[in-house]
Structure formats: C-alpha cells, structure tokens
Design a binder for this molecule. Sequence first.
Ligand code: SAH
Ligand code: SF4
Ligand code: F3S
Length: 452
Amino acid sequence: MRQSAPPKTYRVKSFGCQMNVYDGERMAELLADKGIAPAPEGEDADLVVLNTCHIREKAAEKVYSDIGRLVKSGEQAGKKPLIAVAGCVAQAEGEEIMARAPAVSMVVGPQAYHRLPEMLDKAVHGERATDTDMPPIAKFDALPQRRKSPPAAFLTVQEGCDKFCTYCVVPYTRGAEISRPFSDLVAEAQRLVEAGAREITLLGQNVSAWSGEDGRGRAIGLAGLIRDLAEIDGLARIRYTTSHPADMDDALIAAHSEIDKLMPFLHLPVQSGSDRVLKAMNRSHTADSYLRLLERFRQARPDIALSGDFIVGFPGETEAEFEETLALVGAVGYAQAFSFKYSPRPGTPAAAMDGQIPREAMDERLQRLQAALNRHQLAFNQASVGKTCEVLVERKGKHSGQWLGKSPWLQSVWFEGDAAIGDLVQAELVEAGPNSLAGRLVQSVSLEPAIS
Ligand code: SAH
Ligand code: SF4
Ligand code: F3S
C-alpha cells in the first residue's frame, strides 16, 4: 500500500440499524477531533468510512459494490481515497475484506472503532490494519464528549445479544449483552440535551435487557433508567428500541402509563405468528404470549403505537404457518412494521436447516404480508386525523415554510408555518397518507409534552 497525504475531508456512510447510525456519529466525532472536516455534499471525500450491516446477504454484499464505486470515482478524479470498513461486515468478514479489496486500508469492528484515529495514522503511512477486538466497554470510555446533537438523538445504552435466534448474525458481530453504566448514560444524555437534543432514543440490540445501578446504588432496569433520564430539564421525549419479548418487565409496562416523557410507541419484533416456526427460530415467545404482552402495554397506555419485525420464508415455513403470521398481524393492527425475506447467514444454525424456501414463494409471501401491514399503517394514520398533538420539528420540508417532524406515535408530520428545527409545536393532524400525515399548526412553541 502506498503512502497517502493525510486526509482533509471524511464521509461516514452508515447502513443497517440505528446503532450503526449512533456509531457512525461517534466515528465522525473522532475524525473531527483529528482536524478532518466532513466532505461537502456531492464532493468526493479523502477518507470514506463504510459503516456496514451484515444482517442480510444483500446488505453485506453492498460493501463490495460500494468499494468498487469509490475506487472508480477516485480514479476519474485522479485521487485515491482512504477507505475504512467498519460495522458488522467488518467484524464478520474482516480477513476476507482485506484479501478481496486491496483498496481498503482499515477494517474496524463495532467494538473497536475508538481506535480508528491510530489506524488512520498507520494507513497514511501505507500500513493496512484490522481491529476486530471485542473489549466490552473500553470503546465508550475512549470516545470524545458529545458536542453536537440533532433534536432527535440516539444514545446507545446496551450492546450485544445473548438470544441467539437461529437466523441471526448479531450475537456474533456484536458480541455478548453488555449494559453501559448508569452514570455515563446520564452524563451523555445531559450533554446531548445541552447540545440541542429534545428527544433521546435509547438504543440497544436488546435494549430492554439493560440493567445497572442508579446513583444511590439500587439495581434498576430500563424503566428505572428512563425514570431518571426523564428528570433532565429540556429533554422532552424518550423512546427506546429494540426490545425483545423475553425481557419486558412490569416496571417497563408501568413506565408507559407513569412517565409523560416516555412516548407512546413500542417496537417489539415478533418475527412469525407460528409457534412451530418461532421455536425453530429459538424465539422464547409464542404468538399467544406475544399478544398477551402487547395487551398489557395497551392497558398501560391505550394509545400506544405498535411496531414489529417479521421474517417470511424461514426454513420449513408452510403456507399455513405463514397464514398464522397474517392472522397475528390482523390481531395486532400495527402502526408500522419492518418485514424481510429470510436470508441464510453463514455460520447461523438456520442456514443449515432443511426446507429452505424457494425465492418465488418468499417473494409472494412478503408481498402479501406487506400489503396487510401497509393497510394497517394507513388505517392507523387515518385514525389519527383530528387529533391535536405535539410534533418535534426535525427538518425543513421541500417548500419554503414547510417543516417535517414526528408525532408522539413516531409518524412523520408535514406542516407549514412559523417554526424552527428543534421546536415542539402543537399541530392538528388533518390528512393521512400511508407514510406521513399533513398537520395544521395550532401553536408554534410548547415546552412540555402533552397529547390531547
Ligand atoms: N435485536 C432486534 C433486531 C435485530 S435485527 C430483535 O431481536 O428484534 C433486525 C431485524 O432483522 C430482526 O428483527 C429480523 O426481523 C431481521 N433479521 C435478522 N436476521 C435476519 C435474516 N437472517 N434474514 C432476514 N431477516 C433477518
Ligand atoms: Fe438477532 Fe434474535 Fe438477538 Fe434480535 S434477539 S439481535 S434477532 S439474535
Ligand atoms: Fe446490521 Fe449489525 Fe445492526 S448486522 S442491523 S448493523 S447490529
């Protein structure tokens, strides 16, 4: 590898889940601390970090086509960008990337990216480096303080997964479940609020497995953490994602009726409505136990918006089993959801199971499932019309005077009028589409979350 000039500009491209978005922001902060500036929109960067996702085959393959594109566009411009591959593909396929893509000079796993600055110094001198160590918490201690925040910020509180669903790579790419210490989280949340956050989404691959000790040494779970964070002045909204049905406790359910700042939204992946498939997936719930759990959340917070994840075409899934998934969807009435075709992942038990489902059957099932989910999403949005609620303004719209924000139920709301990014405005929801709603500004700035 030849020597390069120290990079002046960087770009971090994050794929996959919100935890990758959080990690991407932290890597950007590390690079900014080294005096490297974000590359202007539309311009090639001297250093590109591809923060990758390994969850499905398509997502993982994307990294190689992206590297090819970067090399090509660099050649056209007479430049050779420094390329770092981070994230879950880096963790899972570090060696392979180094062998297959000579243009890559740094491979850094999700638990090691605090070492990116040192690796960069080496890369500038022509040394390629891979770091996929998994020290449980060292990364967070080594990261710089938060200085900037969008109105809706992410805060990783928990990492890793011990659940080992038979289709999933996350326990291998992110390691065992760990919780960040309470005091670090309170400090980071406070700084995010000082830097402009009005809403914080607590993140974890299994966020509901978070546990720790509060300021007085008492053992607490996620609900206790939310309760303490809700005390932060200036923080108006708290969300959390992603939860696992096995870790949901009474305290978290109660938190939804007791803590105003906790938004009425729950993302609780189910994956399938068939108990046989759920068992083969090593999910610890049944369709019925999942529905009963949701019912308890609805009792605690009747307007709660529900969201889920689904996989169609898991090995051996029959038509009748797929229809059980459709039945579950009908019973829940999700406000939104994500659905995927099963993708066999190397090294996971399901990849070696009999009964892999042909692509056409998977396509057809996914279409039917998504048609049902889309109907429910539209119905949920339509049922919101006429409500007046708080909208957190996140960005400008396409036209002047137009703004885009989020309702308490995580719906995108467009409205026009006098507002600014970061405002909490009162808006009446006047028209519903499948993916967003139109709102009418009722009052431009309010500070306390309130829903009518
Ligand atoms: N920890 C979370 C999210 C994990 S990944 C959870 O347990 O719910 C996000 C979603 O990707 C999963 O919920 C699942 O629906 C989907 N997914 C994971 N592995 C997959 C695979 N091999 N093929 C297709 N979808 C997958
Ligand atoms: Fe993957 Fe299951 Fe863990 Fe979620 S709970 S990250 S789907 S292994
Ligand atoms: Fe993808 Fe890793 Fe997140 S595999 S979904 S980026 S945990």
